[in-house]
Design a protein around this ligand. Structure first.
Ligand SMILES: [Zn+2]
Length: 198
């Protein structure tokens, strides 16, 4: 077994998404070989992220500024009639990167697998329902969710939840590989999936 300090670090890394014990051990030994200043820099980066990054109360995306809401929500040039629902912040970032979508966002922030079982009315979903039914300008909700089995189930669930609002609901068009991860799709594929939504 490893010494207690190494063991503790491996345990911490193992809690990170997609990191198993072997990768966690690799991270730990990588850090052991680093200088004190490099370690200080890493520790500072982690602590700054916690100190500076806020969650937008409108779209639930993360942002960093003195403002009350994020840059996208406070941008008056964006289209209030379009709302793009994404699973997480990284999917939002992927869509923003292709610069095609000019509407608003809503980040679900929950694992998609939790949406397939009812009742799973998380606070966030209830907020989305409220937002949709109170927004008179809204004309279309784009469910930009990964076409994985969990994602498909989440899409069906959200469609059922949001249908009473009477707003057009679309999904990303073909082009995304089935079971593919949105954040790994290249920009061209994502762009055509967004343009081909139906
Ligand atoms: Zn926002």
């Amino acid at each position: 077994m490893y010494s207690p300090s190494i063991q503790k670090l491996i345990e911490q890394f193992s809690k990170l998404p997609t990191v198993g014990p072997r990768t966690a051990a690799r991270f730990a030994f990588y850090l052991i070989g680093k200088s004190k200043s490099e370690i200080d820099e890493l520790v500072l980066a982690i602590s700054n992220v916690k100190k500076n990054v806020k969650c937008c109360r409108l779209c639930f995306n993360v942002y960093e500024s003195e403002k009350e809401i994020c840059g996208i929500c406070s941008d008056t040039r964006r289209d209030n009639s379009l709302l793009c629902v994404v699973a997480n912040e990284t999917d939002l970032a992927s869509i923003e990167k292709i610069k095609t979508f000019k509407g608003r966002y809503f980040v679900l922030g929950a694992p998609l697998s939790s949406l397939r079982r009812e009742p799973t009315d998380t606070e966030r979903i209830m907020e989305l329902e409220k937002r949709v039914s109170h927004n008179k300008a809204l004309k279309e909700i784009v469910l930009a969710i990964n076409p994985t089995p969990d994602g498909q189930a989440a899409i069906l669930y959200l469609e059922r939840m949001l249908k009473p609002a009477g707003v057009k609901i679309t999904r990303l068009g073909l082009g995304l590989p089935f079971g593919g991860e949105l954040e790994y799709a290249d920009e061209e594929t994502l762009s055509s999936a967004l343009n081909g939504r139906k």
